[in-house]
Design a protein around this ligand. Structure first.
Ligand SMILES: [Fe+2]
Length: 224
């Protein structure tokens, strides 16, 4: 692990070359970049009410019901779980998908409320004005939402839930390079892993060491 991220940090640089879509070409110095996934094909969740789900994603989220599957087995594993599978299409062709499976009991509640916050899917729009229009549209349809929230001047987001309890985020980039802060990400990863490792080595409480790190590093945002 150490070798991988340090090698990547050393080799990471921006080249002047442009890709065909006009974005700066990132040369990681590694042949792995040829295997980088191109887009989100689908993120899939369970629903217990496919009718309400279709109504929500087509009527409120503005997505097209784009594909469906019936099967009485999971093709990848062979498990005998009968289901109806639906896909909702977004602007770039990526989709959100759901399975309704007859007789499936409700899931066990999470062991901590944080899971219900951290687990979410964010859908990107182009501008802050669009986030505001989404906010008005969702409120008009009686949805409860939080935000807009400014994330370190990188993203502006609102949050709400679909009828299945999936936490959704509508977000617009405030920083067009929000997902290209490679050096910061690898640097922060190094801090995190080293804090864990040194706490473990010295027999200190790992959570406390990580919370110290978080509080120390988050001051970078307050200072700016
Ligand atoms: Fe998010």
């Amino acid at each position: 692990m150490t070798i991988v991220y340090e090698a990547k940090m050393e080799n990471l640089f921006m080249s002047n070359a442009q890709t065909t879509n006009g974005e700066p070409k990132i040369d990681t110095g590694r042949s792995l970049s040829a295997l980088t996934p191109k887009m989100l094909s689908h993120a899939a969740y369970v629903t217990h009410d496919v009718g309400a789900t279709v109504e929500f994603y087509t009527g409120i989220m503005g997505m097209e019901l784009a594909s469906s599957v019936f099967d009485d087995r999971i093709p990848s594993t062979g498990d005998a779980f009968p289901y109806f599978h639906v896909f909702f299409r977004m602007g770039d062709g990526s989709t959100i998908a759901f399975f309704e499976a007859p007789g499936l009991p409700d899931p066990a509640p999470p062991s901590h409320p944080a899971y219900k916050i951290f687990d979410h899917i964010a859908l990107q729009v182009d501008t802050v004005e669009e986030v505001q229009r989404w906010r008005a549209w969702l409120l008009q349809h009686g949805l409860e939402l939080v935000g807009p929230t400014n994330h370190m001047n990188e993203l502006l987001s609102i949050y709400f839930h679909d009828p299945n309890g999936v936490r959704l985020e509508i977000t617009a980039p405030l920083d067009p390079h929000w997902n290209r802060h490679f050096d910061r990400a690898y640097h922060d990863l190094k801090l995190w892993l080293e804090a864990k490792e040194s706490a473990r080595r010295e027999g200190r409480d790992i959570s406390a060491a990580l919370i110290d790190l978080i509080r120390r590093e988050r001051s970078r945002y307050q200072a700016s």
